[in-house]
Design a protein around this ligand. Sequence first.
Ligand SMILES: Nc1ncnc2c1ncn2[C@@H]1O[C@H](COP(=O)(O)OP(=O)(O)OP(=O)(O)O)[C@@H](O)[C@H]1O
Ligand SMILES: [Mg+2]
Length: 219
Amino acid sequence: MEQAGRFITLEGPDGSGKSTQAALLAEALRSCGVDVVLTREPGGTPLGERVRAVLLDRGGGVHTPRADALLFNAARAQHVDEVIGPALRRGAVVVCDRFADSTMAYQGYGSGLPLDRLQAIGAFATGGIRPDLTILLDLSVRAGLARRVAGAPEGITRFEATEAFDTAYHERVRAGFLELARREPLRWRVIDADRPPGAIAADVWAAVSGFLGLAPRRG
Ligand SMILES: Nc1ncnc2c1ncn2[C@@H]1O[C@H](COP(=O)(O)OP(=O)(O)OP(=O)(O)O)[C@@H](O)[C@H]1O
Ligand SMILES: [Mg+2]
């Protein structure tokens, strides 16, 4: 598919600041006059938001990792067809808070599903759309959990409910993201997320503005 725009994703463990940084990045890009579409996964469409509610609900019973992988990818397929694909075709910069790499990290490295099978399902769901640039906000599991617990209670999903918090699982997820970044160093930028939001935002901006060829930001 012809892609006139640019597709930028933010990835990283729970609580690493993806949503915070995605919003700041979109705002900074808009202030440079860039046509930006800010979106998120799971979600980004009416169907996707309904799937998100099913996925993140703490009362939904046990999900198997394969069911999770397919649900995330079902939401992703809709998201690509309805939002991301059209935006890229018209030349927009799409900023997406999590994308296919999260399924590799959580259901693959975290839950142990075969990476090649996830890769194949993901390719079907995305129709081959891949991020041009991926920012990994890297943070320790302990620091991420502390932030989430300190944050809004509705932000706590079944993945980090403290009574069921599985540190080893979250360590595998974090290591998985770092491994994905090592495998594709041209696409990924790894940023230390254990710092104040402004310091992280400055590094995100340096990476993105450099990638897009924008002039340095004033102030
Ligand atoms: N750099 C930071 N330092 C301290 N706290 C932060 C920082 N960035 C975000 N926070 C706070 O930490 C919490 C998690 O941030 P945010 O929602 O942006 O992370 P996230 O990566 O999107 O999380 P999730 O994976 O759960 O969606 C929020 O309460 C937010 O206000
Ligand atoms: Mg978030």
